[in-house]
Design a binder for this molecule. Structure first.
Ligand SMILES: Nc1ncnc2c1ncn2[C@@H]1O[C@H](COP(=O)(O)OP(=O)(O)O)[C@@H](O)[C@H]1O
Ligand SMILES: [Mg+2]
Length: 321
């Protein structure tokens, strides 16, 4: 790994137990500079514990990690000087103003006084907090607080930003703002390590994801790679008359080219008296014979569309294994 300058985080069998509970179990991942890496898992999967180990806040009980080639156990301070961490429930001091919050953190992170003023002003501007810069944080909305908390993680201009469930508890508008901020960090070439249990968020923002369950990585790759790995890529949806739904399901399920069929809710179809069916296991060359068989049986087929596997499908398939 040392010869690959692009890799900024590697772990090798990284493990952390709390008593008998193995919170992180032999984690082996590698993350390249500039990636938005999704660390995806349910509550208690081991995401936060991993972030804490990578930043040298807690020690592993097995295996190890390298961040910028440094060992978090011995070089935690040097690593933290180049990373920013948004914790799961960031604590803000309600008595401070937004500007004072950022100035305080700049001092904590040793930002030189000569740079501090400008850096804080820039962050306030970038995070659309300039107008409220001198108001106390206590009066801020949840979305503003989260923007400030993220701004705070950037005072040292970090190369890697760890965001631990940055949108949990935010409304859709604030969530979208945070997503935009993450996209902009990525455009600026920063590496983002995004812990989330939100599949749509990971699918939207991440270059690659690792799917974590009970401390173990079930799979790593791009959404597309994961879908291909599971061979769930071949699906189509077809619209039939609603009063022919049962007959259509029976017919499609009986065809050798179709592995399973199910009804999916679809308002557009329902408005026209139709029902949308999802047919699994139908590769592209199978589509014409399947539709021909339906027509030969007197079924009206109004729409045929390929359906891409989403990260959600992949996730649930993996969790089910
Ligand atoms: N300080 C701790 N002491 C004991 N158990 C812990 C501690 N931190 C985390 N755990 C346990 O480790 C597991 C993983 O937790 P965590 O890393 O917080 O998961 P996630 O962030 O994915 O929700 C959970 O079972 C949790 O209860
Ligand atoms: Mg957590």
């Amino acid at each position: 790994m040392a010869e690959d300058a692009q890799v900024v985080i590697t772990t090798e069998g990284l493990t952390r137990s709390f008593g008998d509970n193995v919170a992180v179990d032999r984690l082996t991942i590698s993350i390249r500079a500039g990636e938005v890496f999704g660390f995806l898992g349910h509550n208690g999967a081991g995401k936060t514990t991993t972030v804490r180990m990578l930043n040298g806040v807690i020690a592993p009980t097995g295996g190890g990690a390298r961040i910028f080639g440094l060992d978090p156990q011995t070089d935690g301070a040097r690593i933290r000087a180049r990373t920013g961490v948004l914790t799961e429930t960031p604590a803000l001091d309600n008595r401070l103003t937004a500007r004072a919050t950022l100035e305080y953190f700049s001092d904590v992170y040793g930002v030189p006084r000569s740079l501090r003023r400008q850096r804080v002003a820039e962050l306030l501007e970038r995070f659309e907090l300039t107008k409220r810069a001198d108001d106390k944080v206590g009066g801020f909305s949840k979305g503003m607080r989260q923007r400030l908390a993220i701004a705070r993680t950037l005072v040292n201009d970090p190369d890697i930003i760890f965001l631990d469930e940055p949108t949990s508890g935010l409304d859709p508008v604030a969530t979208r703002e945070v997503h935009r901020l993450i996209e902009r960090l990525s455009h600026r070439g920063r590496t983002v390590f995004l812990c989330t249990h939100n599949l749509a968020e990971a699918e939207r923002l991440c270059d690659r994801v690792a799917v974590l369950a009970r401390g173990r990585v079930l799979a790593t790759g791009t959404t597309r790679e994961l879908a291909a790995e599971l061979n769930r890529g071949h699906r189509i949806s077809v619209e039939v008359d609603t009063d022919a739904t049962e007959r259509a399901l029976a017919l499609f399920t009986a065809l050798p080219q179709v592995s399973s069929a199910a009804v999916v809710g679809d308002r557009a179809a329902a408005r026209n008296g139709g029902t949308l069916l999802l047919l699994n296991g139908v590769a592209r060359p199978d589509v014409p014979p399947v539709i021909a068989a339906a027509a030969a049986a007197g079924l009206n087929v109004y729409r045929v569309e390929p359906v891409d596997s989403s990260l959600e499908d992949v996730y649930f398939a993996l969790q089910g294994q």
